[in-house]
Design a protein around this ligand. Structure first.
Ligand code: KG4
Ligand code: ZN
Length: 346
């Protein structure tokens, strides 16, 4: 998949970075030249759909199968040869270990063979900095709500690589909450986009869900899924067609509830830290209701709202190239002995 290439304002510096992303079920590669994204190739592993979730072993095998082609395509689309690269960046974690090892080993092989620096990139930092892959990037300081399949984080940024985690989920991630609800309603994996689509035809007030009682900037979504499970079970006792009849209403109510919780905490964090520039990032930032409410909420408060272009919300290597470029400029390289990690903040 080739998408619109974006000029990266304010971050120009001579460097030709190849970036590789293999943390979950997307094999992706991108090339950034002098701070401008030149190619962004994403190959999504569709095979997991039939199992209702990502199978780690299968993900590793598919990365191994796809990575050569994806990297070649990224280089070709960027009119770049391997011997022209200045550094190779890769996702070091968090993610699935076997999947990360494929990208890490490939990147290390290239770094050794080409005798260029290796740059390990934190996947969650990359999601946040995808906000700089636009013509109108945020200014510092700003707070970013990062919502993906594995994480829900509130992050205060004082500079590109100066990030402070101010809150996160204590159990399920927001994306996981969408995916689990979709599974309960027999929708395909990943469920987020299906709930988003169905919600457009439903009543967001038709069903109600509990509000978790957790710390000020913490999130909890596991109770939400359990509540849905019970409401579906009770409904199905009354009518076997309950799910079919109510799918759109459930999707709309469930989505509205998640969006409300996410934005309530994000806006409270902005008030508390006296920050008036806000951003969202990660796969769930592709959600149309979240995007709309986020922009409306910021406008009402006179705050500046930033959302990465759609293609850089879900997993991609453009965002890895962005961090790779910044780290290269800052002289931050990674030893060849590095080992990918599966968990961790920002
Ligand atoms: O960032 P991402 O691509 O991968 C991880 O790093 O986890 O996020 C994937 C998550 C999945 O849970 C998926 O259901 C969710 O993002 N997602 C959405 C939408 N598009 C993707 N959730 C809600 N609405 C969407 N439109
Ligand atoms: Zn991600």
């Amino acid at each position: 998949m080739k998408d619109k290439l974006v000029k990266n304002h304010g971050l120009t510096h001579p460097a030709r970075i190849l970036a590789i992303e293999t943390s979950c079920d997307e094999t992706a590669a991108a090339v950034m030249i002098d701070g401008t994204l030149r190619s962004n190739v994403v190959s999504s592993q569709l095979d997991h759909g039939q199992y209702g979730g990502v199978i780690p072993e299968l993900a590793s095998r598919l990365h191994q199968q796809d990575i050569v082609r994806v990297v070649d395509q990224a280089l070709t689309e960027a009119d770049s040869r391997l011997d022209e690269l200045t550094a190779v960046a890769f996702t070091e974690g968090p993610g699935l270990l076997g999947a990360l090892l494929v990208g890490a080993s490939y990147a290390k092989g290239l770094a050794i063979g080409l005798d260029i620096p290796l740059i390990g990139v934190h996947h969650m930092q990359a999601h946040v900095l995808a906000n700089f892959l636009t013509d109108d990037p945020p200014t510092f300081p700003f707070i970013c709500l990062t919502v993906s399949g594995g994480h829900t984080q509130l992050i205060l940024l004082r500079d590109y690589l100066d990030m402070e985690l101010i809150g996160e989920t204590i159990d399920d991630a927001a994306g996981e909450a969408f995916d689990k609800a979709a599974k309960l309603m027999d929708l395909p994996y990943p469920g987020g986009p299906h709930i988003d689509r169905l919600a457009k035809e439903g009543d967001p007030k038709a069903f109600s869900f509990p509000k978790p009682d957790v710390g000020t900037f913490s999130f909890s979504f596991s109770g939400l899924k359990t509540s849905l499970l019970y409401q579906l079970r009770d409904g199905l006792k009354e009518a076997p067609t309950f799910v079919e009849q109510n799918r759109a209403h459930i999707a709309a109510s469930y989505q509205a509830h998640i969006v409300h919780i996410l934005l309530e905490k994000l806006f409270l964090a902005a008030d508390t830290y006296e920050v008036s520039t806000l951003a969202i990032a990660g796969g769930v930032s592709a959600n149309s209701e979240l995007r709309k409410r986020f922009v409306e909420g910021c406008e009402a408060r006179g705050w500046k709202a930033h959302i990465p272009p759609f293609a850089y919300c879900t997993d991609n290597a453009a965002m890895i190239a962005q961090v790779g470029h910044l780290k290269y400029v800052a002289g931050e390289t990674t030893p060849l002995t590095t080992v990918p990690f599966t968990r961790g903040g920002v």
